[in-house]
Design a protein around this ligand. Structure first.
Ligand code: PMP
Length: 454
């Protein structure tokens, strides 16, 4: 380890508290120092080149080192680095981006509320949907239904909407009036029971109806879900799932909120995953890929019905952030979308690179460690199992996912572990040759993991 790296690690341990991290464990080990990025690769301070199959945290969709995005930020910062949208003011970058988003998102979603992150989007959702129903004379419609093992962020409301037990355990969550139904995770919770995936998807969706009836139709404000659960382990729902969710939301007049923080901006081969799954949401949460992660930014897209309700209420929506509509972040988002259009990123994903990734990713299914390989667009997962014939998992103590993740990194591949589910979400601009490289590294890492675990 170089002295320069050691110095950074020591200062890091002394002063920097990392997200979702066991501080003691990290301080004993020292953090990996990432220095620069180019295309789909990042480089650490020891000169290692890593294929970033996670696009940072599901966000660097156009890859690292895009000069146009840097220039867009610099130009805007010179002209107007900051101003806010409070106190009856506005600025062109926010107006231009909200107009662009209204055009890009599905019909009827014509209003953007800007935030600084995905978590802030979901906090905004909680406050907005409750305020909407109160404005419509239904203040008792407070309940929001989400799902176990969902991820909607780390703020109090985001973590409450999320269904991660280990997060709820810290800080007394969830907040009141938020409840959870089961997830459509067939590999983990359906196939062991010998259920048909489509029947399983239907049953999981129908839990929403049961929950609405249990809570009372007049008490439920909204249902929120990721089209494909990301941080939960790239859980791709059976095709039967979303149409049934849609039917139930329509039947009971429940607002449908789709959290597209990961899936938005091309990841599933359409601009938005609600187009992939033919979902008609009332609100959509966007972040991450909106700027390819170059600057922090999020947006809640709001349908005409809700925006009209809030407008007719003729009261202040007492909510907003200093960085709502940050001009430089807006400028980067506008440029990011322009590049996506110019380079036909959506059709590249849908017709070219996602089908190629799907084909090559399936090759991993035959590995002795792999119980299932699945993908949709540019997200994919493999399930690590101890026994391929029975799909028996490894024991928790063996920590197979963590072992595999560390081996991947040592081999030059950033793949993430969610328990024993290994997941990827590569930059959308990845080439076929780089997908080949990814698969070669993944196979090698699986072989090494098998050896390490036996
Ligand atoms: N929603 C989803 C679906 C996410 O995946 C994430 C982040 N991984 C968030 C919300 C939270 O976003 P942020 O970390 O920007 O607050």
């Amino acid at each position: 380890m170089s002295t320069a790296t050691l110095t950074i690690q020591q200062q890091d341990s002394a002063h920097c508290l990392h997200p979702f991290t066991n501080f003691k464990e990290l301080n004993a080990k020292g953090a990996r120092v990432i220095e620069r990025g180019e295309g789909v690769f990042v480089y650490d301070s020891e000169g290692n080149k890593l294929l970033d199959a996670m696009a940072g945290l599901w966000c660097v969709n156009l890859g690292y080192g895009r000069q146009e995005l840097v220039d867009a930020a610099a130009k805007q910062m010179q002209q107007l680095p900051y101003y806010n949208l409070f106190f009856q003011t506005t600025h062109s970058p926010a107006v231009e981006l909200s107009t662009l988003l209204a055009e890009l998102t599905p019909e009827g979603l014509n209003h953007a509320f800007f935030t600084g992150s995905g978590s802030e989007c979901n906090d905004t959702v909680v406050r907005m949907v409750r305020h909407y129903w109160a404005s419509k004379g239904q203040p008792n419609k407070l309940e929001i239904i989400s799902r176990n093992n969902a991820y909607h962020g780390s703020t109090m409301a985001g973590a409450s909407l999320g269904g991660m037990g280990f997060m709820h355990a810290q800080g007394g969550l969830p907040l009141p009036n938020i409840s959870h139904i089961d997830q459509p995770y067939w590999f983990e919770e359906g196939q062991g029971q010998g259920q048909d995936p489509q029947q399983f998807g239907l049953e999981r969706a129908q839990q929403l109806e049961q929950k609405i009836l249990e809570l009372g139709e007049d008490k439920v404000a909204a249902f929120i879900a990721e089209p494909i659960q990301g941080a939960g382990g790239v859980i791709i729902p059976p095709e039967s799932y979303w149409p049934e969710i849609q039917r139930i939301c329509d039947k009971y007049d429940i607002l449908l909120v789709v959290d597209e923080v990961i899936c938005g901006f091309g990841r599933t081969g359409e601009w938005f995953a609600c187009q992939t799954y033919n979902i008609k949401p009332d609100l959509i949460c966007l972040a991450k890929g909106i700027t390819s992660g170059y600057l922090p930014m999020g947006a809640v897209m709001v349908c005409d019905k809700v925006a009209q309700g809030l407008t007719e209420a003729d009261t202040e929506f007492a909510h907003g952030f200093t960085y709502s509509g940050h001009p430089a972040a807006c400028a980067v988002a506008i440029e990011n979308i322009r590049i996506m259009q110019q380079e036909n990123i959506i059709s590249h994903v849908r017709d070219d690179i996602a089908p190629y990734l799907a084909k090559r990713w399936q090759e991993l299914a035959s590995h002795p460690l792999v119980g299932e390989a699945r993908s949709k667009g540019m997200v994919a997962a493999i399930e690590l199992v101890a026994d391929k014939s029975t799909l028996q998992r490894f024991s928790k103590e063996q920590g197979a996912g963590g072992v595999c993740r560390d081996i991947c990194i040592n081999n030059g591949l950033i793949m993430r572990a969610c328990g024993d589910t290994m997941i990827i979400s590569p930059p959308l601009v990845i080439t076929k040759q780089q997908v080949d490289q990814l698969i070669t590294l993944a196979k090698q890492s699986l072989d090494d993991t098998l050896q390490a675990l036996s």
